[in-house]
Design a protein around this ligand. Structure first.
Ligand SMILES: NC(=O)C1=CN([C@@H]2O[C@H](COP(=O)(O)OP(=O)(O)OC[C@H]3O[C@@H](n4cnc5c(N)ncnc54)[C@H](OP(=O)(O)O)[C@@H]3O)[C@@H](O)[C@H]2O)C=CC1
Ligand SMILES: O=C(O)CCC(=O)C(=O)O
Ligand SMILES: [Mg+2]
Length: 729
């Protein structure tokens, strides 16, 4: 890509709460950046935008949009990339269907999502929709490893202003339950590809009669790539779920925590097993009459049987006969098993732990919770954390150290890149990975319904991750590689890590996730900062777990992807798109989304430009940092309730402090002269601006759509201060 055409900075257009925040924040960023001669462009990676870009053939000329994700996917492989990436929806099937329905209602002639494609045409449409399903953006953009930490000012603020934390009692029945065996952890095989094993491999299924089916071909393995294969037994999973339901204690809630968005092939199937075991009797009675897939959840079932009084009564009775469930929203009757994307493990488990081992039951009351996490690869992290707090009491956020993460992520590393090589086994038989030479790399005997998958991670990303880990270790002091010598995949990774540490003369411990969890908790409680150097899944889990405990939210994280080709990708926060916040805005015009993650990313993005010789960007970036600190220290961050500070008022303060910092610096007199009158105007008009920003709070608002809102309506809601807008120009 020609570097001259690459925009200075790209800000992504996304969905839900962060996109609403952008309607207010982006005009501020643009106005300030322009003063430094920096152009900020947007690229659309929203769910609606991605859907539209795949169906241009169904749309009129004026409805067509470009495939911005594909463009960004190329850009991040260049040294010029400077992208601020906000969190986007990773759509489950119910979300995808809702987005398609909304676009159709707006006049876009999109085909329906084919749930069960039969004809070639339906299969082709389904294949297109599958490209937008689940976590379809992050793996494309993440051409680098992950470095997530809290800025010093953010951590200091959290220590001085501790958020609420639930108390833990030593006898809390809250626990983690995992399969006794036959899961991904126990069935894993792994190997590192040697020079003689490179080239075109394939995955072959052979049924009991010897018939072969090629599940996947064209797997071009490079030397040094670690290739795993494993499976979870469906029978063992169902037996486990039954056993865990049967052994529930009274007063404890039942829950399952998965990542159906990121693990978009395997985890909706696992979720479906939970739904179908939990509703076993109902399905035995009505299953035949229904065209319903348990993987889509009880919410979809309720929609299908609405109006059928018999079925509705039977469903109610079936739910009442089971142990009470942990609820997503008890007021609305939304259970843990309603929608596969409602309970996402990285956010849901920390919320339970932060509350002191507490979830909410169908009656809306807090209660201890059994947390089923079927697979044993990472469940021990949550189990150990819960046991630690039971034994030691809740975390003291005023004294604890900061836990940051270096995560192996680049080029679709490990489980998060395994969707194209994950299969629900069609019949009893064997699955083999066959190399170009004909050699069988891995082989498993499987049964119908088992979930088989292969994960890979390439050599260059591994080496880059180790270097990044060592760099962060040197800057921080205490760290560990979270690798289990008894797990096949991790044992292969250790073969890279050990020599690299030896060469660096460093003695960073290598520990299995359970031991590393304890090591990290003990060190952080003693006030020491710790770096967790982990694989891709733990990167995701730990960058919510520790920030939610330490800072109250992962929205405050600085989240840098150092792109392997030299570009910069700056993610905002470590959390998601906060659908609850959109609902609150629509109902009462209060947006509690905190843009601290965006502020941190923005500062880094300017710094990146400064390092490329753009001096004004350096001045703008340093002023962003000062403004961010002032927002925190002066208590201008959004609060939870209507009538309080919200996202928009926090942006006013951010703009004002930013302008003041620029007006007050003497590195660049031109910028100082430009921003002095703006800073003055923002201060003089404080009262008018804040009252205009707050005037609409308490009333419902119309955004013209959920997935594909109307930009004018959204701007009217998110930029209600004519005075502020005039000052920004
Ligand atoms: N990088 C990405 O693109 C990511 C995308 N996602 C996607 O986001 C969606 C929702 O995911 P979910 O697991 O519910 O996680 P969210 O992070 O969206 O929500 C969990 C809770 O965290 C709090 N929170 C998160 N961000 C902020 C913020 N900036 N300001 C204030 N509070 C915040 C809110 O708590 P409270 O309501 O108590 O205020 C929120 O309800 C899914 O579609 C998921 O796939 C998820 C993770 C990362
Ligand atoms: O891409 C996604 O769906 C989620 C990503 C995520 O949770 C993370 O990177 O922390
Ligand atoms: Mg995450």
């Amino acid at each position: 890509m020609a570097s001259r055409q690459t925009p200075d900075m790209i800000y992504t257009k996304v969905d839900e709460a962060p996109e609403l925040a952008s309607a207010s924040l982006l005009p501020i960023i643009r106005s300030f950046a322009a003063a430094g001669g920096i152009e900020v462009e947007t690229r659309d990676i929203s769910l609606a935008g991605r859907i539209l870009s795949l169906f241009t053939d169904c749309l009129s000329q004026d409805q067509r949009v470009s495939d911005d994700l594909a463009e960004l996917g190329e850009l991040v492989k260049t040294p010029e990339a400077n992208v601020i990436k906000l969190p986007n929806i990773s759509a489950s099937v119910p979300q995808l269907e809702a987005a398609v329905a909304e676009l159709q209602a707006q006049g876009y002639a999109l085909p329906d999502y084919p749930a069960d494609p039969q004809t070639d045409e339906e299969k082709e449409i389904r294949a297109r929709y599958d490209r937008v399903k689940g976590s379809a953006v992050n793996p494309v953009l993440r051409e680098g490893n992950s470095d997530r930490r809290a800025a010093k000012a953010v951590k200091e603020y959290a220590k001085a202003n501790p958020h609420s934390m639930g108390d833990w009692s030593a006898d809390s029945p809250t626990c983690v339950a995992s399969m006794p065996g036959d899961d991904f952890f126990s069935n894993e095989k792994s190997a590192t590809i040697t020079a003689g094993q490179t080239g075109n491999a394939k995955i072959i299924f052979t049924d009991a009669n010897g018939n072969e089916t090629k599940l996947k071909g064209g797997l071009n393995y490079e030397e040094g790539t670690i290739v795993d294969a494993t499976f979870m037994s469906a029978k063992a999973l169902r037996a486990f779920i039954k056993q865990e339901i049967a052994s529930m204690q009274p007063g404890v809630l039942f829950s399952v925590h998965l990542k159906a968005t990121m693990m978009k092939v395997s985890d909706p199937i696992i979720f479906g097993h939970f739904v179908s075991v939990y509703l076993e009797d109902f399905i035995a009675k009505h299953g035949q009459a229904l065209d319903w897939n348990p993987n889509d959840g009880i919410g979809d079932l309720e929609a299908q049987i609405a109006g059928n009084a018999d079925m509705e009564a039977d469903l109610k009775a079936a739910l009442a006969a089971r142990p009470p469930m942990y609820m997503v929203n008890s007021d609305k009757g939304i259970t843990n098993l309603h929608v596969p994307s409602d309970v996402i493990i990285d956010a849901s488990m920390p919320a339970v732990i932060r509350a002191g081992g507490i979830g909410r039951g169908p009656d809306g009351k807090p209660a201890p919770t059994k947390c089923c996490i079927p697979d044993n690869c990472y469940a021990p992290v949550y189990d150990e954390t819960i046991e630690y707090f039971k034994a030691n009491g809740k975390l003291d956020v005023t004294t604890c150290g900061a836990v940051s993460n270096v995560g192996l992520m680049a080029q679709k590393a490990e489980e998060y890149g395994s969707h194209p090589t994950t299969f629900e086994v069609p019949a009893d038989g064997t699955i083999r990975i066959v190399l170009a030479s004909g050699e069988v790399l891995h082989e498993h005997a499987v049964e119908k319904g088992d979930i088989w998958r292969s994960c890979t991670v390439k050599k260059l990303p591994i080496e880059d991750w180790i270097r990044l880990g060592i760099r962060r270790h040197k800057a921080t002091g205490t760290s560990a590689f979270w690798l289990d010598a008894n797990r096949a995949h991790d044992a292969e990774l250790i073969r890279y890590v050990e020599p690299a540490l030896k060469e660096a003369g460093l003695d960073i411990p290598i520990m299995a996730p359970r031991e590393a969890t304890r090591f990290t908790l003990e060190n952080m409680v003693a006030g020491r900062d710790v770096v967790t150097i982990t694989g891709n899944v733990l990167r995701d889990y730990l960058t919510d777990l520790f920030p939610i405990l330490e800072l109250g939210t992962s929205a405050k994280m600085l989240s840098i992807v150092s792109l392997m080709q030299g570009g910069g990708l700056f993610e905002t926060g470590a959390g998601g798109s906060a659908p609850k916040h959109v609902q609150q805005l629509m109902e009462e015009n209060h947006l509690r989304w905190d843009s601290l993650g965006e502020f941190c990313a923005l500062g880094e993005s300017f710094k990146f430009l400064a390092d490329k010789g753009r001096a004004k960007a350096g001045v703008l970036g340093a002023a962003v940092e000062e403004a961010t600190q002032n927002v925190l220290l002066n208590g201008n961050s959004p609060e939870r309730k209507v009538g309080q500070n919200d996202n928009r008022t926090s942006h006013y303060w951010f703009a004002r402090y930013w302008a003041e910092a620029l007006a007050g610096q003497n590195q660049d007199v031109e910028l100082a002269a430009h921003f002095a009158p703006m800073a003055q105007a923002l201060a003089d008009k404080e009262e008018a601006i804040l009252s205009e920003l707050m005037a609409g709070q308490g009333q419902s608002v119309d955004l013209g759509g959920y997935y594909h809102g109307d930009s004018d309506k959204t701007a009217a809601v998110m930029r209600p201060s004519a005075t502020l807008n005039a000052i920004l120009g």
